[in-house]
Design a protein around this ligand. Structure first.
Ligand code: MG
Length: 431
């Protein structure tokens, strides 16, 4: 076997961002922030446009991109007032039908293809890039943004899972920043900021030890199958897996929430966002999805961030970062009784969690393999070609058979991504 988990020595630096900057209120005199929304037709993209629309001109959409869903993009453009139309739109799939966008061709420049999108992302007029493309397809545009020193509001966790070291190194080298949009990581950022307010200078890197972090505790709703027994899990249908109890999200992430692979990917994301070793990351099941994650400090104090499950809050915080503004997301109703349950996860029924911890510990190519294998396996499950429990099973199989590289280049990551997808396809075909 060429791959085995290990705990390499951690460099102990906080990458280009958190724990080092305090959050504060934004005053009205601040100049508008020009935003690129990559993946605007998806669930995060649509919520981002709501946040932008409510910003009273403080956030301006300069670039919107979709892969194929040009009809949704056209609809979104029709809802914007003429003075807030973006300067550019991009369609990354060259074969997509662009006719719904024809009515805007006079006023907006239309770019086609991934490379054209990467070119636009680098434009100096863009202040912040919201990376919300689903899956590994988001990697190259995220890299382009970081290479040009941009602030990236990262909803595309897959790019950090695939190339965590590459992304954080690039951000540091070019002065770019990675701000989390994922609700758990937004919670961790807020817990860290509230603890060390005096670290107002983002250029000062603090180690995990300096920050006094004992543990980062990710919360997981447990998904739709939280209470199902092992035998019951064998025969769950696609429709059952798509019915998430608390969050309304896209298909891929909803299946990831049912297998808890989403939490596994978030463990890996945490390792890179906050530069914490895997052994300091824990998961607890919290079905109400009110606590979005917690940080435990060395003195035993735990700081948690709470809000209803509504992605508009972390999106708003990331787009205005490091400022807090009046919220448009729903708020907790304190006149009603809330119950909060927290309990440890069942690693036997949800083995994806162990995979996440192992991959976070080993780094290198392991993240790209698990991400690609999972994307392929989820597609096969959605197409009715793979049973639910085999999603995680095939991920482990492919991970254990891959040729591990500890410091892969982008080319190596993309090659191993293709290899892992091919392996899953072969597994599915053999069944
Ligand atoms: Mg999340």
């Amino acid at each position: 076997m060429s791959w085995k988990p290990e705990y390499p020595g951690m460099p102990l630096t906080i990458p280009a961002f958190p724990g080092t900057v305090s959050l504060h209120y934004m005053d009205n005199s601040s100049s508008p922030r020009r935003v690129a929304v990559l993946g605007s037709s998806g669930s995060i993209g649509q919520s981002s446009l709501e946040v932008i629309a409510k910003s009273k001109g403080q956030l301006v959409p300069l670039l919107l991109s979709v892969h194929r869903q040009t009809d949704i993009l056209a609809q979104q453009l029709r809802q914007l007032s003429p003075e807030h139309l973006p300067r550019w739109i991009a369609v990354t799939d060259e074969t997509a039908d662009r006719s719904p966008l024809e009515e805007f061709a006079k006023n907006i420049e239309i770019a086609v293809g991934h490379e054209a999108l990467c070119e636009l992302v680098r434009h100096r007029d863009i202040d912040i890039v919201l990376s919300a493309i689903v899956g590994s397809a988001g990697l190259t545009s995220t890299l382009a943004a970081l290479e040009s020193g941009k602030t990236v509001a990262l909803a595309n966790k897959e790019s950090l899972v695939m190339g965590g070291k590459l992304l954080t190194d690039l951000a540091q080298k070019h002065g770019g920043r990675l701000i989390p949009v994922d609700s758990e990581h937004s919670a961790i950022m807020q817990a860290l900021c509230s603890w060390r307010m005096e670290f107002a200078d983002a250029t000062v890197r603090r180690s995990v030890d300096d920050l006094g972090i004992a543990k980062i505790i990710l919360t997981a709703s447990g998904g739709p199958f939280r209470t199902k027994s092992q035998p019951e899990l064998e025969n769950v249908s696609v429709a059952e897996a798509l019915a998430h109890p608390t969050w309304k999200m896209g298909k891929k992430i909803t299946i990831d929430s049912a297998t808890l692979m989403n939490k596994a990917l978030e463990i890996i994301e945490t390792r890179w966002f906050f530069d914490v070793p895997a052994e300091k990351i824990d998961v607890v099941i919290h079905p109400q999805s009110l606590i979005h994650s917690m940080v435990e400090f060395i003195d035993g104090s735990v700081i948690a961030q709470m809000s209803p499950p509504d992605m508009r809050l972390p999106i708003q915080l990331a787009l205005y970062y490091p400022h807090r503004v009046l919220g448009i997301a729903s708020k907790i109703d304190w006149t009603k009784m809330q119950s909060l349950e927290l309990y440890p996860p069942d690693f036997d029924r949800f083995p994806a969690l162990l995979l996440g911890l192992e991959v976070a510990a080993s780094g290198g190519t392991a993240g790209a393999v698990i991400n690609a294998a999972n994307e392929s396996a989820v597609s096969a499950f959605l197409a009715g070609r793979l049973p639910f429990l085999d999603i995680v099973k095939v991920c482990r199989l492919v991970l254990e058979h891959h040729h591990f590289e500890s410091a892969p280049t982008l080319e190596q990551l993309l090659a191993i991504d293709r290899w892992a997808r091919g392996e899953v396809e072969r597994f599915v075909d053999r069944r």
